[in-house]
Structure formats: structure tokens, C-alpha cells
Design a protein around this ligand. Structure first.
Ligand SMILES: Cc1ncc(COP(=O)(O)O)c(C=O)c1O
Length: 448
């Protein structure tokens, strides 16, 4: 639409790049597809932004929202409750692993991460270890944009404008096995090394100063780094040894993305806190949550105790009603089972792209994949800054979109194409993704 850039300030967007061209404007969605204002159809290869897990165009979710808004549009969770928040908290607690039974609603992921760091700090203050306030997280990991969450984020490029940030954000290596600095031929030894790096960081900082470790089950930023075998098992042991909380940031990795309700369940570890958002409502309304273990709530259950934190729209009735309806769809259609049944086919379809000279690595799990692009397959040499700019920003994103695939070409780490389609996707969509990528990546290679 012509006036799109007059007033609308888009997020993480080089606004100047639209001064000459039109902003792609999406007007409608159905299943795994969306349509733009010109009537062109695109395969939604990213579920919006890792959000629309149940797929687009579900009138039953729209109706759940309308019904709730008609009945009770809004009431806060500040000393009062409403039925859908009570019901959803119970549902989430029943699905979350172990004793993660206490659900604190937010409106999105950054707020969930922010709440988790605040809870970790307050918990230790109230249990006699007031100096435990720092957090450990991984290089290139994205954990949100509010000042606390941004401190936990490991992407210097999106932090420098806003420094100084909240003190106490400690960074450790991620689990990029393709570019493993050590043990590049042995995933288990690499996993052990990466986990021990967390222990070494805690030792360096002083265990009595570290409150929590924030990790995604599969790290998104950098292009889908799954955990090597044994990684989370060892991280759990390290956290226990130093009395540090393990926070599983599942803003992307929950609600079926990895073929389980929660990523921690997929990889068999027990976090102290899960942060979530996005797919909990499949995007039909905004919602996030921090899900904490019983022990973390205990210090706040004294007669005058409270967790002094909240947001007006956290656990909004409309969002909670939508989340409940969304989870009914999950159960009725067995979306979790669908991902488990089809994830192998998704992987093997994407792996066909290995025959292209530009494809260095295909990695991920469930319906969550990154394809790393390289200049030289044998040496794994990556692109320099100028090539990256030309290839990713100048060509790939637009070319993929014009060819009918919405996905993400990202160079916050090494250049990757990221894929996370709605969980209803099946072979037809996998083939479409592969075909479009094949054509556009072949063209990209010829332009280098
Ligand atoms: C792992 C992770 N944590 C936190 C966030 C922040 O979520 P939001 O954008 O809803 O604030 C994101 C967003 O993509 C994320 O991927």
C-alpha cells in the first residue's frame, strides 16, 4: 500500500529501503498460506514469526476471541482473576514438565524473559543469597528486546545503540556444531565441552553471583542449533551444583514446534522456569507466560509476600480464551503427533538441497530448520560483510518472497535461511519450499 511508510514504523526494518519500493502488505491467511494486497499467494515458511502454529484462517479461534470480548473484554490479574486465565493456567501446568505448576502470564516473549530474570533475582534475595543476580546465556542467542531481555541477548549488533544495558549478562559459547571450535568430529564431546563452558563461566563470575542460565532448547538465532547429545543433562547437573536456575526460553520451541508441547520434554531435561509466548495462541491474540516450579513461588507465599511485578494486559481474557481454543485444536487434530509423523520427511526434503554448492549445513528438529549458506562447501568458508549484504539483504529475501516463499534470510550469525512452517504443513508444502529454495539459491550462486 502506497502510504505504508508515512506513519508506520516497522520493527527491525531499514525503513529507507522502502523509500523507492512498496512495502509488502499481507491481508489474508488460510492454512499454510498468506495473500498480499495484490492478491499474490505465499507459502508461510515461518508461521508469521514462529507464531501461527495451528495455521491461518481458523474461524473457531476468531469466534473464541469474539465470544470472550462480548462476555468480559478485560479485567486485570492484579488481585483478581477471570475464568479463562484460571483454566489456562491449569491447562499449561498440566502440560508443562515436572512441577512447573505456577503460571505468570505476560503479553509476549520479552516480558516472559524479563519476568523470569526478575523472579530469579527476587527468589535469591528472599532466600538469603542477595548477590545472585547475574545471568548466563549464549553468543548470538536472541531473548527479546526490553532492557533486561536485551542484556540476556547475545547479538552485539542490536545492543550497541542502547548501552549501557542491565549489568550481569554473561555470555558462553552456543551449540553450533557445524562451526565447533573444539571436538568438531564428536557431537557428544562437543556437547560436554559446551556445557562445561557454562560451569567455567559460573566459576569465573563467582557462583554466589549467578542467578540463572537462559537457554533455548534449539537456539534460533544463528540458524537452529539443536543441543548435542548429553548437553542439557550436563547443564542441569552444573546448575544444580552451583544452585543456579535453569530457564528454558521456549518462546519459539514450545507448542509443537519441536514435536512436543515443550522443547524441554523433547530433549528430556527439567528446567526451573519455562518462558513461552507466540504459538500458545497461534497468534490469534497476543500472550506470553513464565512457568515456574513450585519451589520458586514458595518465598512469595508468606502472609505479606508478593512478586512485585505485573503488566496490564498480561493474561488478557481474550488471549486466554484464544489460547484455550488453540490448545483444543492441538488436541483434536493431534498437531503434536502430526509434527512427529512428518518431521523426518521435512528433514529429508530439505536435505536434498545439499547437492547445491551454496548449501553448507541443514540443521534443526521438528518443524524448525536452518540452512547455512557458504562460499566454499569443502572449507566451510563463509561470506564477507559485503557479499553477505549483497546476497542476503540485496537478493535472497526479496527473491524468495517474489518466488512465493515467505521465510527468513538471516545473517545475525553466519548467513542462514530459516524455516518454521505452520504445524499443519505436509509433504506438498515441504516440496514447494524445496523447489523455491532450489531455484533461488541456484540463482544466488550464479550471481556471486
Ligand atoms: C527465544 C526468544 N525469546 C524471547 C523472544 C522475545 O519475544 P517477543 O518478541 O514476543 O517479545 C523471542 C522472539 O522471537 C525469542 O525467539
Amino acid at each position: 500500500m502506497a502510504n505504508a511508510t508515512d506513519h508506520l514504523w516497522m520493527h527491525f526494518t531499514r525503513m529507507a529501503s522502502y523509500s523507492a519500493g512498496e512495502v509488502p502488505t499481507i491481508v489474508r491467511g488460510e492454512g499454510a498460506y498468506v495473500w498480499d494486497s495484490q492478491g499474490r499467494r505465499y507459502l508461510d515458511g515461518l508461521a508469521g514469526l514462529f507464531v501461527v502454529n495451528a495455521g491461518h484462517g481458523r474461524t473457531e479461534l476468531a469466534e473464541a476471541a469474539a465470544k470472550q470480548a462480548g462476555e468480559l473484554a478485560y479485567f486485570p490479574l492484579w488481585s483478581y482473576a477471570h475464568p479463562k486465565a484460571i483454566e489456562l493456567a491449569e491447562k499449561v501446568a498440566s502440560l508443562a514438565p515436572g512441577d512447573l505448576n505456577r503460571v505468570f502470564f505476560t503479553t509476549g516473549g520479552s516480558e516472559a524473559v524479563e519476568a523470569a530474570w526478575k523472579l530469579a533475582r527476587a527468589y535469591f534475595k528472599r532466600t538469603g543469597q542477595p548477590n545472585k543476580y547475574k545471568v548466563v546465556s549464549r553468543y548470538i542467542a536472541y531473548h527479546g528486546t526490553s532492557m533486561g531481555a536485551l542484556s540476556i541477548t547475545g547479538l552485539p549488533g542490536i545492543k550497541s545503540d542502547f548501552e549501557p544495558l542491565v549489568p550481569g549478562g554473561i555470555k558462553v559459547p552456543n551449540t553450533n556444531f557445524y562451526r565447533a571450535p573444539e571436538h568438531g568430529d564428536d557431537p557428544k564431546a562437543f556437547g560436554r565441552w559446551a556445557a562445561e563452558e557454562i560451569g567455567r563461566a559460573i566459576e569465573r563470575e563467582g557462583p554466589d553471583t549467578v542467578a540463572a542460565v537462559f537457554l533455548e532448547p534449539v537456539q534460533n538465532s544463528g540458524g537452529c542449533f539443536p543441543p548435542p547429545p548429553g548437553y542439557f543433562e550436563r547443564v542441569r547437573e552444573i546448575c544444580d551444583a552451583y544452585d543456579v536456575l535453569l530457564v528454558s526460553d521456549e518462546v519459539i520451541c514450545s507448542w509443537g514446534r519441536l514435536g512436543e508441547y515443550f522443547g524441554a520434554t523433547r530433549y528430556g531435561y527439567q528446567p526451573d522456569i519455562i518462558t513461552t509466548a507466540k504459538g500458545i495462541t497461534s497468534g490469534y491474540a497476543p500472550l506470553g507466560a513464565m512457568i515456574a516450579s513450585e519451589r520458586l513461588m514458595e518465598p512469595f507465599l508468606t502472609e505479606t509476600g508478593m512478586f512485585a511485578h505485573g503488566v496490564t494486559f498480561g493474561g488478557h481474557p481474550v488471549s486466554c480464551a484464544v489460547a484455550l481454543a488453540n490448545l483444543e485444536v492441538f488436541a483434536r487434530e493431534d498437531l503434536i503427533g502430526h509434527v512427529r509423523a512428518n518431521e523426518g520427511a521435512f528433514r529429508s526434503t530439505l536435505e536434498k538441497l545439499h547437492d547445491l554448492p551454496i548449501v553448507g549445513d541443514v540443521r534443526g528438529d521438528g518443524y524448525f530448520y536452518g540452512i547455512e549458506l557458504v562460499k566454499d562447501k569443502a572449507t566451510r568458508e563463509t561470506f564477507d560483510e559485503a557479499e553477505s549484504e549483497r546476497l542476503l539483504r540485496g537478493f535472497l529475501s526479496t527473491a524468495l518472497f517474489q518466488a512465493g516463499l515467505y521465510c527468513r534470510a538471516d545473517d545475525r550469525g553466519d548467513p542462514v535461511v530459516q524455516l518454521a512452517p505452520p504445524l499443519i504443513a505436509e509433504q506438498q508444502q515441504f516440496d514447494e519450499i524445496e523447489q523455491i529454495l532450489r531455484g533461488v539459491l541456484t540463482e544466488a550462486w550464479s550471481r556471486l
